[in-house]
Design a protein around this ligand. Structure first.
Ligand code: HEM
Ligand code: SF4
Ligand code: SF4
Length: 523
């Protein structure tokens, strides 16, 4: 399974690089698939409300009212109908790509199962919205969909009466049943909206709005498509005739040819099996996560960790240990994915503190800050030359083993956001290296959602904890590299080294932190 994901991830990243070149990193649609899904949902909802104003819900009047909208009122109703249809199709495309991408990027295991499992419910609901939508137009395609769907439903021993019986003849067609379909077509999108909201409940600052320029260009493309190729019906339904050929909307109806080929129960079994398979994917294989742990003695209740956690896994609660601080951080272990971004946010995670006291307010259980400081100091001892570089990368980023040499060391973190900015200060001002290179997942697409964004903002002094002014920025380099960008990363490293060689030498390394200085640094 992990091998499939590795190949899939590489393939996605190749396309992402290409799209970065075409659209720019900020507007690359592959980084905003979920947000585009929301955007298409809203287009469908708004155009649907407009259509409903003129739509006649009677079975014998529905077709005529849609014809009126399409031709007589082409400038508004016709465009709304086309936008409604094309945005629904686009929703399927981005939803399936989003599903595939989250799987290939392995963003579904551990506590992330939640969004995945809710996503499966979304999948079913989106299809239910689309199918009932085609049904209520009551043209030839609707007739085909109505008969095929009800025969498929009849194969389940759930309903007392046959649903397909409704469609034997015009005289058996029940207006009430048709109104039920219209009701379902309105109720299911409302349920979908609620489920979409639940889908992002475990994420802080979920990306639900695509960048303005991307949204505008996508909307313009849908509008142009609506004008040059307006959505039309396929002739009125006529139950006295068997529909010989209809044009299917493959985005919603790809499963229908299977209903014609196999028995209804077989197709239910296939759909059920596919759903169960999707359902168990987050646990194949199981993921062991190292949890964040709060040390109350060192927590001053500043809430930075809670603000920076991308997965809403930290709650601020009233103090429980009698200390004068009002609040304390509490990790909600069922939501914690072990990214360590909270550690990078904690003001007490500073390597300048005395050796014995280096326990931060919040720590990753398998990689405490004291160990990180130890690693920095030991690694630095093994480096030689006048342009020693420490690279920090993420466990989910590309493998950087090939970059290691006498003057270059690589320290791997869970996420680059795990690195507290005072470490950069410590390394450079104490002379443990001449330069530090930060890298991780590709630009605009952090595996843990917000790690690279927060790191950039902390270094730029836009987000607490700030990197101190005294740290010379020319000794820092950032390059977010995807798995297909190893050669670019090597070139960046070479250029960085040349730049460092031009700078004045740094202070000799290795001065161990002393308690008096530590007190001043921490103040
Ligand atoms: C219309 C359909 C959908 C919409 C609009 C949608 C929207 C979103 C949004 C906005 C995010 C947050 C992205 C971020 O800020 O990082 C997200 C994340 C996610 N979605 Fe969806 N989604 C849809 C369908 C699905 C489906 C069908 C699945 C899979 C079965 C799925 C699985 C996930 C997963 C695993 C995450 C990531 C959670 C994480 O990073 O921990 N989504 N989705
Ligand atoms: S950032 Fe550190 S000090 Fe602040 S609330 Fe979180 S654990 Fe406590
Ligand atoms: S490690 Fe910290 S930031 Fe990451 S999910 Fe757990 S609590 Fe949140």
């Amino acid at each position: 399974m992990q091998a499939v994901k590795r190949i899939g991830r590489y393939a996605f990243e190749r396309f992402e690089s290409l799209f970065d070149t075409i659209f720019g990193v900020q507007h690359n649609p592959l980084y905003h698939l979920g947000a585009l899904g929301w955007f298409f949902y809203w287009i469908v909802a708004v155009s649907g409300i407009y259509l409903y104003i003129f739509f006649d819900t009677g079975v014998h009047q529905a077709y005529e009212s849609v014809e009126y909208l399409t031709y007589t009122q082409w400038y508004a109703g016709g465009i709304a109908r086309s936008l409604h249809r094309y945005a629904s199709d686009a929703l399927i495309i981005v939803m399936l790509l989003h599903l595939l991408r989250e799987f290939m990027m392995d963003r579904l295991r551990g506590p992330r199962w939640f969004s995945w499992v809710i996503g499966i419910a979304i999948l079913w609901l989106v299809f239910a919205c689309g199918i009932t939508g085609y049904w209520i137009v009551w043209d030839k395609l609707a007739q085909y969909v109505a008969i095929a769907s009800s025969e498929w439903l009849d194969s389940l021993p759930l309903f007392g009466q046959s649903i397909a019986r409704n469609f034997l003849h015009d005289s058996t067609l029940s207006g009430r049943f048709f109104s039920l379909m219209v009701f379902i077509h309105i109720a299911v999108p409302l349920i979908l909206l609620f489920i979409l909201w639940v889908h992002i409940q475990r994420m802080t600052q979920a990306d639900v709005n695509p960048p303005k320029a991307l949204a505008l260009s996508v909307f313009a493309a849908l509008l142009v498509l609506s004008l040059i190729y307006p959505a039309e019906s396929q002739g009125p339904a006529d139950l006295s005739r068997v529909t010989s050929s209809v044009g299917l909307d493959w985005f919603y109806m790809a499963v229908y040819p299977l209903i014609d080929l196999f028995s209804g129960l077989t197709v239910w079994a296939m759909a059920g099996l596919a759903t169960v398979l999707l359902f168990i994917l987050p646990w194949i294989p199981r993921k062991k996560t190292s949890l964040a742990v709060v040390d109350l003695e060192n927590c001053n209740g500043c809430s930075r960790c809670a603000l920076d956690c991308p997965f809403s896994a930290i709650a601020m609660r009233p103090r429980s240990d009698g200390s004068p601080f009002a609040q304390e951080a509490v990790v909600l272990s069922s939501k914690c994915v072990g990214c360590g971004i909270c550690v990078g946010a904690c003001p007490t995670a500073t390597p300048f503190r005395r050796h014995s006291a280096l326990i931060a307010g919040i720590e990753l259980s398998d990689h405490p800050v004291m160990q990180l400081r130890q690693q920095v100091m030991q690694t630095s001892e093994g480096l030689t030359g006048s342009t020693r570089i420490l690279i920090f990368n993420c466990a989910t980023g590309p493998d950087l083993g090939a970059l290691r040499d006498n003057a270059t060391a690589v320290l791997t973190l869970s996420c680059i956001g795990q690195l507290p900015p005072p470490f950069l200060d410590f390394i450079i001002t104490r002379g443990f290296a001449e330069g530090v290179l930060l890298t991780g997942c590709r630009e605009g697409d952090c595996h843990y959602r917000l790690g690279s964004r927060w790191s950039k903002q902390r270094i730029a002094r836009e987000r607490d904890p700030y990197l101190r002014e005294r740290v010379p920025r020319e000794r820092l380099e950032i390059f977010w590299a995807g798995v297909d960008q190893s050669s670019e990363l090597s070139s960046r490293l070479r250029a960085f080294r040349q730049r460092l060689a031009q700078l004045d030498p740094v202070r000799a390394k290795g001065r161990p932190p002393d308690p008096t200085e530590a007190a001043a640094e921490n103040a």
